[in-house]
Design a protein around this ligand. Structure first.
Ligand code: PGA
Length: 257
């Protein structure tokens, strides 16, 4: 983390978990645990149907609510999809874009990711853009090339003034939901590389201000070590974000000096 130049953001990604009633109960429990002093940004990204309960539950608290996806068209005949305007109207602030599960199971590509990033930014949302390599790609030694490709294509055509609202999440696919966390050094190496890629596109000042998260089996035990690295500015947390006490422990790890 480097709080001097950029925000530290701890974000939960609930994936396809919890009903609206469970969301309400989570919000009550989580709010009761919130620290009074010292604070990193906290975002909870929840399934579409849970968004109203999450927004209501976290109203008047410092927790922001995010969606896990959106569609890039403004409106129209796209049965089952959700637009950026619908999210904004609900008071949603963030949206995860290009999570590896969406790339793997739902045909998301670098091209659709780029379209969705533009749609989110134009609507005033902050995209959390996910990038990451598979185990095979890491073993083939192409991690950095792949990450550069994913970052550059996600950001293609994004003007510098909108970059401030973009968050990048480095999520090695082999570490997601596997209990196999990247070591702090492995995660930091790629996060610094992502910052260098952004620097080559937008210059040093903007690159310094971008929040770059790590995601993949982050938990209360490994969070402090991961977050102690200069270029890791928070986490995108799946499994451990489903339990209020565990997510709060990670928030505390991010509140260290
Ligand atoms: P995990 O998921 O923390 O359960 O590994 C992270 C993510 O997929 O965002």
């Amino acid at each position: 983390m480097n709080r001097r130049y950029r925000k530290t953001i701890i974000a939960g990604n609930w994936k396809m978990n919890k009903t609206p009633s469970e969301t309400k109960a989570f919000a009550e429990e989580f709010k009761a645990l919130l620290p009074k002093t010292k604070w990193c940004d906290v975002v909870l990204c929840v399934p579409f149907v849970d968004l109203p309960a999450a927004v209501r539950g976290f109203k008047d608290s410092r927790v922001s609510v995010g969606a896990e996806n959106l569609y890039f068209e403004k409106s129209g005949a796209f049965t089952g999809e959700v637009s950026a305007d619908m999210l904004v109207d609900l008071d949603v602030k963030y949206v995860i874009i290009g999570h590896s599960e969406r790339r793997q199971y739902f045909g998301e590509t670098d091209v659709t990711v780029n379209k969705k990033v533009h749609t989110a930014l134009e609507a005033g949302l902050s995209p959390i853009i996910c990038v990451g390599e598979s185990l095979e790609q890491r073993e083939m030694g192409v991690t950095m090339e792949l990450i550069a490709l994913q970052v550059k294509s996600a950001l293609a055509g994004v003007p510098a003034e909108q970059m401030r609202r973009c968050v990048i999440a480095y999520e090695p696919i082999w570490a997601i939901g596997t209990g196999k966390t990247a070591t702090g050094d492995q995660a930091a190496e790629v996060c610094s590389f992502i910052r260098a890629t952004i620097r080559s596109l937008y210059g040093a000042r903007i690159a310094r201000g971008v929040t770059i998260q790590y995601g993949g089996s982050m938990n209360p035990k490994n969070a402090a070590e991961l977050l102690s690295h200069e270029d890791i500015d928070g986490g995108l947390i799946g499994g451990a974000s489903l339990k209020p006490d565990q997510l709060m422990e990670i928030v505390h790890a991010a509140n260290q000096d």
